[in-house]
Design a protein around this ligand. Structure first.
Ligand code: HEM
Length: 344
């Protein structure tokens, strides 16, 4: 219904196009040098920054959901979070594709204005670093930490640091997983306890391994069996890892379908970010070869190091080493199956 009191909305004002479309200031133009591709270079970076902004917006909403102390498994909140994480995945797919547009700029076209950009670099994209931090990448885990501090203004270092200090999605998901009651609730297991489940699972798992894979058992024991020897330095607690594994194993149960979708989508976010990084590296190698970056890093070498070490949900992905085929899974107590399937 039309609200007469409101001023009519006008397309270009609503979108603030006067600001956005007047925000391309090629350095080459200022210097009176002809460099026809600098416009594309600016526009594509700005387009990325807008997508990064949208990703941060979605992550903020998801983080607020998981910051609640109690969220039931199949609520609208969880559904909404999965939906938003999937949107992030679709945006990241566009981000990967977009590199192809930039690659229409040849190395020679780039050289027309490259030197004018120093020492600016995409490395200084604070939003990109905030996405990493909001997902769960900590300062200590960053590849080339010292380099990172040297390239940013003190104000930007503070912005990233404050994002690092907030509870990241990884921390919140860890807490949510650790709270999950199924495998730990003694009510389901009679005189046995959850340990019985993991021992049964261990037997089936060990039986499924080839000789070369037998060292997996040691890791399995440390994560799932031996309460006191859970490996130090992991991002996920023992409870969270076990519950994540339980969700992956019994994801066909109605109550675990959405939690499984959530974990799977987090892995997809990690994977697509990695695809973006690798696509960026290929583009960088094609454009500047083995030369150092405008930001002064070792270029492609630095980027490869970051790409290899900046996975956030790696521990979840690694749990797949311990999966078994459905027909080998321990049968769950009937009361637990009832609760997971809404049956009483
Ligand atoms: C001709 C195009 C490009 C070249 C040659 C290039 C090159 C590089 C290089 C060499 C680095 C490492 C830091 C340095 O020494 O500068 C870097 C980092 C980075 N660039 Fe680009 N880049 C290009 C386009 C883009 C675009 C379009 C974006 C989109 C926002 C972008 C985002 C980033 C980010 C986020 C980093 C930090 C990555 C990390 O720390 O893992 N770059 N770039």
């Amino acid at each position: 219904m039309e609200n007469k009191a409101r001023k009519p909305v006008y397309y270009s004002e609503y979108l603030q196009l006067d600001k956005i479309l007047n925000a391309q200031m090629p350095e080459s133009e200022k210097e009176g040098i002809r460099a026809d591709d600098e416009m594309l270079f600016i526009v594509i970076h700005q387009a990325y920054e807008l997508w990064f902004k949208q990703i941060l917006h979605e992550l903020g909403i998801v983080r607020r959901v998981f910051a609640q102390e109690n969220i039931e498994n199949n609520t609208a909140d969880i559904y909404n979070s999965v939906h938003r994480l999937k949107r992030i995945c679709r945006i990241l797919e566009v981000a990967v594709q977009q590199m192809g547009v930039l690659e229409t700029m040849t190395p020679l076209d780039f050289l027309d204005f490259r030197d004018l950009l120093r020492p600016a670099s995409g490395f200084q994209s604070i939003q990109f670093k905030m996405i990493e931090a909001t997902l769960g990448l900590q300062y200590e885990q960053r590849h080339g930490k010292a380099y990172y501090l040297s390239q940013l203004t003190p104000a930007d270092v503070e912005r990233v640091k404050s994002a690092e200090q907030e509870l990241s999605l990884l921390v919140l998901i860890d807490k949510w997983l650790a709270r999950m009651p199924f495998v730990n609730n003694p009510e389901y297991w009679g005189e046995h306890n959850a340990g019985t489940f993991w021992m049964k699972y261990r037997e089936a798992y060990t039986g499924s391994l080839s000789e070369m894979e037998m060292q997996n058992v040691k890791v399995f024991d440390a994560i799932f069996i031996d309460k006191d020897n859970y490996p130090a330095g992991r991002s996920f607690s023992a409870e969270a890892s076990r519950n994540a594994m339980f969700i992956m194993l019994y994801r066909d149960q109605p109550l675990l379908q959405l939690p499984y979708e959530l974990l799977n989508t987090l892995l997809e976010v990690d994977e697509l970010l990695s695809m973006w990084r690798h696509r960026h590296i290929h583009m960088v190698q094609r454009t500047i070869g083995k030369r150092v970056g405008t930001g002064g890093s070792t270029g492609a070498e630095y980027l490869r190091g970051a790409a290899d070490s900046h996975y956030v949900f790696k521990e979840l992905a690694e749990l797949t080493s311990f999966l078994l085929p459905r027909n080998m899974l321990p049968v769950l107590p009937a009361s637990l199956v009832g609760d997971l399937g809404y049956r009483k």
